[in-house]
Design a protein around this ligand. Structure first.
Ligand code: GLN
Length: 320
């Protein structure tokens, strides 16, 4: 069936979803990173960006929170921009682990392979792939410039979060060295881990993440700045990674119940991509047991199901 949805309908739906979900309780802030444990648990925002650049947001959409694992998405894109999608597949992989984001067991099970750039192991490996090799400052600039290009505005490092993560990231240090042992770290180990920790500590807003999501949904074209940031082939590849592992061991449940490829972070952010249609982002700090925001998941699901826009729907939908 063919049907159309108006922009006004989308805006009204985002507002309804916000009102429906704002009272949801449950979940706890990430407790293993002290900074995150202390963020106000009541913050909540949701934002949708269309391929025209129009954005509809409700709630705390301008609050800067820790991007955390959502940063794995732009850095995977950057590695593809610099070295090509094939290099990412070969040097990291594109498989779901079915295990928690910080799993060491997953590395051992996958025959020394980090599996995907969207879990901690693969993301540290991706940071090691970024060029120019051996030059931490230039690599950091490439990582943050890429995020700025995708959002149309810059992220800001949250120093306190960076310090907090650097002082407590013992598990990630173990992952980095294990990967080094298997020749899956392609630059200095400490530098690669530090770049990963720093990118996780970037402060980002829900509105910025919605533009990032819309850039992916629009085949690498940033609808806000009207600039082509990366190839549309990369957009398809990264969306496949997001669909496969975006919610870690809950990814199947997520895709089954929501119908939208999405990536979460322990800062409480969720970024969702509906190819050709829209980018969506939501944020609320309390997390479920897999480290995914309870309220942000509910809000994204509510918008997508109200609009009947899941990627597995057979209707041909046009946004007018
Ligand atoms: N910085 C966090 C970590 O490495 C990111 C994890 C996440 O957001 N799932 O543990």
């Amino acid at each position: 069936m063919k049907r159309s949805i108006t922009k006004d309908q989308i805006k009204a739906t985002v507002e309804e979803a916000y009102n429906e979900c704002k009272g949801i309780e449950g979940g706890v802030n990430a407790h293993y990173i002290p900074y995150l444990a202390n963020v106000d648990s009541n913050l909540f925002g949701i934002s949708v960006t269309l391929p025209t650049g129009e954005t509809f947001g409700f709630g705390d959409t301008e609050y800067r929170f820790g991007i955390e694992s959502v940063s794995k998405v732009p850095t995977a894109i950057l590695a593809m921009r610099q070295l090509g999608p094939q290099a990412v597949l070969k040097q990291i992989g594109a498989d779901a682990t079915g295990l928690p984001f910080n799993s060491i067991f997953a590395i051992l099970l996958e025959n020394d392979h980090p599996s995907t750039p969207l879990v901690n192991a693969g993301a540290i490996s991706a940071c090691s792939m970024i060029t120019p090799k051996g030059d931490a400052d230039s690599k950091w600039k490439a990582i943050t410039d890429n995020i700025t290009d995708m959002c149309g505005s810059a992220p800001l490092l949250i120093d306190e979060l960076y310090k907090s993560e650097s002082e407590t990231n013992f598990n990630n240090r173990a992952i980095a060295w294990l990967l080094k042992n298997y020749n899956r770290i392609y630059d200095d180990v400490a530098m690669s881990l530090d770049l990963y920790t720093r990118q996780c500590s970037l402060g980002i807003t829900t509105s910025q993440l919605a533009v990032m999501a819309a850039t992916i949904a629009s085949g690498g074209y940033n609808p806000l700045t009207k600039r082509q940031i990366f190839d549309k082939d990369i957009s398809a590849k990264v969306t496949s990674l997001i669909a496969t592992v975006g919610f870690y061991e809950h990814t199947g449940d997520w895709l089954y119940t929501s119908g939208i490829p999405a990536k979460s972070g322990v800062g409480g952010g969720v970024l969702g991509v509906l190819p050709g249609k829209l980018g969506i982002a939501a944020f609320a700090p309390p997390l479920d047991d897999a480290g995914n925001s309870v309220k942000a998941q509910a809000a994204v699901k509510s918008v997508i199901s109200r609009l009947g826009l899941g990627i597995f729907e057979s209707d041909e939908v046009e946004i007018v």
